[in-house]
Design a binder for this molecule. Structure first.
Ligand SMILES: [Zn+2]
Length: 358
C-alpha cells in the first residue's frame, strides 16, 4: 500500500468507526509510520537497490532472518494458504512447500488475531495512547494483506517469481508514459534478481511497486500456483475497497460498536448492483480507479470524503518525543504476537538459527 493510503484512508476509517478526530490522528500517523520507522520497514529505494546487489551476493541466514523479522509481522502477514494448498504447484511441492505457508493473504485467522489483540491493548492496556498506536500498526498490516496477497515476505525465488505480467489501467489517455510502457512487462521491466535469495525475490519485488498502486488490475503467472491454472488476476480497486471496509469494521469492533469482527467480505455481494452496498462501493472503486500515484490518491480521496474525515498534514511520529518510543514498544508487541501465533514463521526462523523476538 502507498503511504497516503495508510494515512488518509486509515484516518477516514477510524473516524467512521467512531474514534474522535484526535484519536484517529494518532492511529493514522502510526499506520503510516510503519513504512518509515527503520525498526519495522525497509523502504528507501536507493538502499533497496544497493542492498539488492549486496544481498544477492552475500546473503546468509542472519540477513534472511533480519528481513523476515520485519516483513512477515508488519507487511506480509501470512494468509491461510495451508487451507488451499491444492493450488500449489505439485511439481515444485517439495522444494517450496514449507515456505508456501508464509504467502501473505487477506482475511486470515492471523488478521483476526491481530485485531483482537489490538482491541485488548486498547481496552485493557495500561496506556491508552500506546493502545491507539497498536491499532494503527495493526491497521497497516491489515491493509497490506490486501496489497501484498500472493507474495511472501521472504526473498524466495520459487514463491515470489512471477512472469507473463500484464496489467491494466483504467484511462490510458490520462496516465503517465512510464505506466503505459509497462502494460505488458518486457524482460528488463522485472527487477534484478541474480540469486535465489536476492532482494528482487522479496515480496512483490520482481514487479516493483505496481501491487501497491490502487488503480491497477494485475494478471500474472505466479510460480507457486498450480500447473493447471498458474495465473492470478487481482483487481486492486476492489481489493483496496475491501481493505478500507475491513479497517472500518475492525475499528468499530475495537471500540465496541460491533460485537464481532466479520473477517471476510464477499466480493460478489459488494459489487451486486441491486444490493445495498453498491452505491458506496461504486464511489470508492471510482476513487481508486483514478489513483495511479500516491499524491493522486490523496487528491481524489479528499474529494470523496467530507472535510470532517480529512486530517491535517501528515507529521511523522519523530516530531513527538513522547510518541516515538511508545510506537517502538507497540510494534515490538505486535512482532511478538505474530511470532507466538504463526508457526510457519517460527519454523522458518528456527530452521535458520532464529530466536523468538525479545
Ligand atoms: Zn507495509
Amino acid at each position: 500500500m502507498d503511504l497516503n493510503f495508510h494515512y488518509y484512508v486509515t484516518y477516514t476509517a477510524a473516524c467512521q468507526a467512531g474514534f474522535s478526530q484526535e484519536d484517529a490522528l494518532v492511529i493514522a500517523r502510526a499506520a503510516r509510520y510503519v513504512d518509515e520507522c527503520l525498526d519495522v520497514t525497509v523502504q528507501d529505494v536507493k538502499r533497496l537497490l544497493l542492498e539488492n546487489i549486496n544481498d544477492s551476493l552475500t546473503w546468509n541466514f542472519k540477513s534472511l532472518l533480519k528481513v523476515a523479522d520485519i516483513w512477515i509481522p508488519f507487511h506480509f502477514l501470512p494468509g491461510n494458504y495451508a487451507a488451499i494448498r491444492g493450488d500449489i504447484d505439485q511439481t515444485q511441492k517439495d522444494l517450496i512447500y514449507p515456505c508456501t505457508h508464509l504467502i501473505c493473504g487477506p482475511e486470515s485467522p492471523l488478521t483476526e488475531c491481530l485485531v483482537d489483540a489490538a482491541k485488548s491493548a486498547y481496552t485493557e492496556g495500561q496506556d491508552r495512547t500506546k493502545g491507539l498506536l497498536r491499532i494503527g500498526i495493526a491497521m497497516h498490516t491489515l491493509a497490506d494483506t490486501f496489497a501484498h496477497q500472493g507474495f511472501a515476505g521472504i526473498p524466495h525465488r520459487h514463491i515470489n517469481e512471477v512472469s507473463s505480467v500484464r496489467h491494466f489501467v483504467p484511462n490510458p489517455a490520462d496516465i503517465g508514459e512510464e505506466t503505459l510502457k509497462k502494460v505488458i512487462y518486457g524482460f528488463f521491466d522485472y527487477s534484478y534478481a541474480p540469486t535465489k535469495n536476492s532482494f528482487g525475490y522479496l515480496g512483490h519485488g520482481r514487479i516493483g511497486t505496481i501491487a501497491d498502486v490502487p488503480c491497477e488490475t494485475l494478471h500474472y503467472r505466479a510460480h507457486w500456483h498450480s500447473c493447471r491454472d498458474p495465473y492470478i488476476t487481482r483487481c486492486n480497486p476492489l481489493e483496496f475497497c475491501c481493505a478500507y471496509l475491513q479497517m472500518t469494521q475492525a475499528m468499530r469492533y475495537i471500540l465496541g460498536g460491533a460485537e464481532t469482527f466479520q473477517n471476510r467480505l464477499e466480493r460478489w455481494t459488494l459489487v451486486d448492483r441491486t444490493g445495498p452496498l453498491w452505491k458506496d462501493v461504486q464511489k470508492i472503486i471510482q476513487v481508486f480507479l483514478c489513483s495511479d500515484t500516491d499524491s493522486r490518491l490523496a487528491d481524489v480521496w479528499r474529494l470523496y470524503v467530507d472535510d470532517a474525515l480529512w486530517p491535517e498534514r501528515y507529521r511523522p511520529l519523530t516530531e513527538d518525543a513522547a510518541l516515538e518510543p511508545l510506537f517502538r514498544e507497540a510494534s515490538g508487541e505486535q512482532r511478538k504476537l505474530v511470532w507466538d501465533n504463526c508457526a510457519p514463521w517460527r519454523n522458518y526462523a528456527m530452521a535458520r538459527g532464529g530466536k523468538p523476538p525479545a
